[in-house]
Design a protein. Structure first.
Length: 215
């Protein structure tokens, strides 16, 4: 009798394992809980904070030691210039550094991370007014992450029209090495960030106005 029970128990283990994976994904990946979404924003922005910091190091190196060889990676990145940062690459550095720090760090960490985590707690609400929209506001950041990440591998190694992206630098393809494909990817990434921010803004305002306790 005990032997006949083992297959049943073994099959039950598979079902339990599949349920655990589905539960984990629903709880921590595609979560509608404002605290989990706040943590997702927080850790994502901290990773991009590291990218922005590395870009800032390149800028500071050029300002501190202009026209000198960058150690370790200079020869790999700037072989044509003998290891020195080229003017075009410097333009890309401050463009992408500012873009990453403004759109992928400051805005998401203040509104997405702290706003999501703290607003319901501060007003005594159980959750955000629109939990699904709240989830989407985070996941709309991932196409932006992908577009900006890919722009580093496009010709010019990134957009180079400044983080304000004013024409003609952003509109004329020949104005800078990164003003064609990289600039297009930059624009797509910032557009997704804007959609994410608008989703979050609607949620925050509605939650504050409608979901707080009376008085």
């Amino acid at each position: 009798m005990s032997g006949s029970q083992h297959p049943h128990e073994h099959g039950g283990g598979h079902a339990h394992g599949g349920g655990s994976v589905a539960t984990f994904i629903a709880t921590y990946v595609f979560s509608r809980d404002h605290k989990i979404i706040g943590l997702q924003f927080l850790f994502s922005t901290l990773l991009w904070f590291l990218v922005g910091g590395l870009l800032a190091l390149g800028i500071r190196w050029q300002l501190a030691w202009p026209w000198s060889d960058m150690p370790i990676i200079g020869r790999m990145l700037f072989s044509a210039e003998g290891g020195q940062i080229s003017p075009e690459f410097y333009t890309m550095l401050f463009t992408m550094h500012a873009t990453v720090m403004i759109f992928f760090v400051i805005i998401p960490i203040l509104a997405g991370a702290f706003g999501n985590f703290l607003i319901p707690l501060m007003i005594g609400a159980d959750d955000m007014a629109f939990p699904t929209l709240n989830m989407l506001s985070y996941w709309f950041m991932w196409p932006a992450f992908l577009c900006i990440g890919l722009s580093f591998f496009a010709p010019g190694n990134g957009a180079a029209a400044g983080w304000t992206s004013y024409p003609p630098l952003s509109a004329v393809a020949s104005s800078a090495p990164g003003s064609s494909t990289a600039q297009t990817l930059w624009l797509m990434g910032v557009t997704f960030v804007g959609v994410s921010s608008m989703m979050g803004s609607v949620n925050y305002l509605t939650t504050i106005i409608q979901c707080g306790p009376p008085g």
